[in-house]
Design a protein around this ligand. Structure first.
Ligand code: SF4
Ligand code: SF4
Ligand code: FES
Length: 513
């Protein structure tokens, strides 16, 4: 039997002799269990000993061997080799040669945060008494090995290094802030280093070899602690809280007619195959430019013979407060009211990615804390239709080329990424063309805290779309829709619409009527 081979394409760049980078492809004997670093070592030993690769421990502890494999950062010594892979140096970090990047600039930036214990009080006797419970978060954050995988894909750091110092640096500040022995002014430092400029996209967690959940373990509690010290967007959060208490929504101006006020509470169909409730979220209710998305959802469910219930007393899911770590407010102002509104309709579809993530992942935890039973089944519309009623034989042919943008809260938050693609590809006449980085954040969560940075992040997505020959960007989140629409306008991308997936489905069903 012939030996299996891996095709390994490697980025090569010697700054002293090359005018520009190039790629070289090598054939490497492939064996199960081999790592990316094994493949690179083979290339050095058998093809080119000048290939520059960094490594020390070869055991996932030193953080020196990080590279990108097919565009995703990883530790070369731990990542399994693929039969076809393109290996490039980490993005966002200066290149020294080939795959070796210069960690020094980022490590030097740590100096300004004083990355050492500043004792709260002088040590009088050793060892001081410490309880494990006080160190629980500290211990998780301390797993960071400074591999910079998170830095290479962080959208806020990519677009504005002067506004956001990067997840590894914030993790370092957090490590000290969570250390009960430390008395340094870590919260002010975190604020100054850009704590509120994180887009909360979760990409850092996805690529972190030690699974450090940076948004949940670091950003949320640190933001709350900072706001409680009266540092940061205190007024914005106070205003939002006041608003929610009166309107139940986290948006400023209600339109003359909200979607809920215009829509019946039950949309009946003959011989229903199923019944589902619709969780609208603030934007679909208040932003009249998005009301057609809600209408499309109702049409699509009707076409699929699904009866739709739209409880009028539903309120915001509470996501803006989740992102600031105010879980007590989420329980009081949102969870209890939504539990009441949906008590008879636990099978629900949410059209907003952020709502799905909050309802599906945070509500069960908060219900448990309240002693309430969580009985909801929360679906993204594509998930629901694939299970309960996608009637492709009733659809007309659309003749459209589209690309799909993964909302962070849906993809990394709720784990839904293949279903919308399956739905799009099942629509007659629709061709799905992937953009370079469909899962890269569009900056939508920064709309309240730093819209300029948010739009800068979205601009990169608009450029990815510009490279494609498509008629529409399809997504599944109202914030992504408004963010991408503005970015396409700013980048002068003409003739490309931004659609919620239910609008695409509605067009397909209407094509037959
Ligand atoms: S959540 Fe996104 S924006 Fe925030 S640090 Fe992680 S990668 Fe960067
Ligand atoms: S947080 Fe994770 S990905 Fe980022 S530097 Fe630390 S170990 Fe690496
Ligand atoms: S060589 Fe140390 S982490 Fe890979």
């Amino acid at each position: 039997m012939s030996e299996e081979k891996a095709k390994v394409t490697v980025f090569r760049y010697n700054l002293e002799t090359d005018t520009e980078p190039r790629y070289e492809t090598y054939e490497v004997p492939y064996q199960d269990g081999m790592t990316v670093l094994d493949a690179l070592m083979y290339i050095r030993q058998n093809y080119d000993s000048t290939l520059a690769v960094n490594y020390e421990c070869r055991y996932g502890y030193c953080g020196s061997c990080s590279v990108e494999v097919n565009g995703e950062p990883t530790l070369a010594c731990r990542a399994p080799a693929l039969k076809s892979m393109v290996i490039t140096p980490l993005s966002n970090v200066p290149i020294l040669r080939d795959l070796v990047v210069d960690h020094k600039a980022i490590m030097d930036s740590l100096v300004r945060i004083r990355p050492f214990l500043e004792r709260r009080r002088p040590l009088e006797k050793e060892p001081e008494e410490l309880r494990p419970v006080d160190f629980s978060t500290f211990r998780i954050v301390s797993r960071c090995i400074s591999c910079l995988c998170c830095v290479s894909k962080c959208p806020s750091f990519t677009e504005a290094k002067h506004l956001y110092a990067g997840p590894n640096l914030i993790a370092e500040v957090a490590r000290l802030a969570f250390d009960p022995r430390d008395g340094g002014d870590r919260l002010r430092t975190a604020y100054e280093e850009g704590l509120f400029n994180c887009a909360m996209c979760g990409k850092c967690t996805e690529v972190c070899p030690y699974d450090i959940d940076i948004p949940k373990l670091i950003m949320m509690p640190m933001r709350r602690m900072t706001l409680e010290r009266n540092i940061g967007p205190v007024k914005e959060v106070e205003d939002l809280t006041g608003l929610v208490k009166t309107t139940g929504k986290s948006l400023i101006k209600p339109p003359k007619a909200t979607f809920l006020s215009k829509t019946p509470s039950v949309v009946r169909v003959e011989k229903p195959r199923d019944q589902v409730s619709l969780f609208l979220g603030c934007l679909f209710d208040y932003d009249f430019r998005l009301h057609n998305v809600g209408e499309s959802a109702i049409n699509v469910l009707r076409s699929s013979q699904i009866e739709t219930v739209i409880p009028k007393n539903q309120v915001c899911c509470g996501l803006p407060f989740v992102l600031m770590g105010y879980m007590d407010l989420v329980k009081e102002l949102f969870l209890k009211r939504n539990l009441q509104a949906f008590k008879d309709f636990p099978k629900m579809i949410a059209l907003c990615a952020g709502c799905i993530n909050t309802l599906r992942n945070w509500y069960p935890l908060l219900c448990k804390e309240l002693g309430e039973v969580y009985k909801f089944q929360v679906f993204d519309v594509s998930e629901f239709l694939l299970k309960h009623g996608l009637e492709t034989n009733l659809m007309g042919e659309l003749n459209l080329k589209v690309t799909y943008h993964d909302p962070c809260e849906l993809n990394r938050g709720a784990g839904v990424s293949t279903e919308p693609r399956r739905v799009i590809e099942s629509i007659p006449g629709v061709q799905l063309i992937e953009m370079d980085e469909p899962d890269r954040c569009c900056g939508g969560t920064l709309k309240m805290l730093n819209p300029r940075l948010g739009y800068k992040i979205a601009g990169r997505k608009a450029k990815m779309v510009k490279k494609l020959d498509v008629d529409a960007v399809v997504t599944a989140c109202p914030r992504c829709i408004t963010q991408l629409s503005s970015a396409l306008q700013m980048e002068k991308v003409r003739g490309v619409e931004v659609l919620h997936i239910v609008q695409l489905l509605d067009m397909a069903y209407k094509g037959m009527r």
